[in-house]
Design a protein around this ligand. Sequence first.
Ligand code: NAD
Length: 324
Amino acid sequence: MLRVGIYGVGHLGKFHLNNWKEIPGVELVGFFDPHDDTAKEVSEKYQLVRFLDADSLMDACDAIDVVTPTNTHFDVCANAIKKGKHVFVEKPLAHTMQEARQLVQLTKESGVKLQVGHVERFNPAFLAVKDTQLKPMFIEVHRLAQFNPRGTEVSVILDLMIHDIDIILSIVKSDVKSISASGVAVMTETPDIANVRIEFHNGCVANLTSSRISMKKMRKMRLFQKDAYIGIDFLTKKTEIIKLKEPNDSNVFSFDIETGTGVKTIAVANPLVPEVNAIKEELLAFKNAIEQNTRTVVNERDGLAAMDVAHQILDKIGNNIIRD
Ligand code: NAD
């Protein structure tokens, strides 16, 4: 049995709690949340023990799940790692780069497993194309959300765009060459909308737009590569691959195009999207990594790499602020 304690049972923490309950081989020891009303609701509704002291819960667990506001991640995680506890922490890994680097160092020294909740890696739409040869040369991303005060303790870059940064870094096997960015703070003190262009050393260019003040939701990534167009809709959980038809492509919709130098046949495929719950999958993957002593799917260095790009973006936006 893996003994797990949850820190923070607000909006997302409750989803985590429900998913942990469904994973065999897990004993949910209890939770810690300083907010009395939330804690009362959770202990009554889920019959889960509320610990009034953060340390006592850690001492009673093998692993903790940190679903607290981003600016508290460092303190909770550092304490747990020093106690030799495995840590699942919601994205982003931490608030500042210094905190993130320190967490990476502490994890290395203690040898515990750490996984960052970049849940889109487990999104069924992404899983459906993950094994396709992804070699994009151009990536276009839109992640738009309606305004919600939750999460606004950090900018839209660390709140939303970081999901796409992590996915892109997992696909593009090349270092970042340059970043240009523009962003505007509309409803909060930090950027609420941003557009970013990331150029990689291998020539790939990613163009990302994120907004948390949109009227409608959208989470789309489009990958363009020499032999294919791949569309991933993280929201509706649909995928589409359009490419030149190959002889072994059966059961795909296809049509001919006259190019001027001959006819090319285009194939349109919708890869099978697995019916999985992304949060449950990521928590299960964390448990498996602990039990099998393997790398976590999104480890502390992945979390740091995404934060590094996010902070470079924030620096660029800071430099680009138009002053009256
Ligand atoms: P929330 O405000 O609804 O909940 C946070 C809870 O943590 C609150 O109940 C609060 O009382 C509690 N808390 C505060 N400090 C604490 C501490 N030191 N120890 C224990 N509990 C503490 O926020 P949320 O929307 O659930 O977000 C929590 C985290 O999850 C954030 O880091 C956010 O970035 C992340 N998140 C990730 C996704 C995703 O798609 N992966 C989606 C939403 C939120």
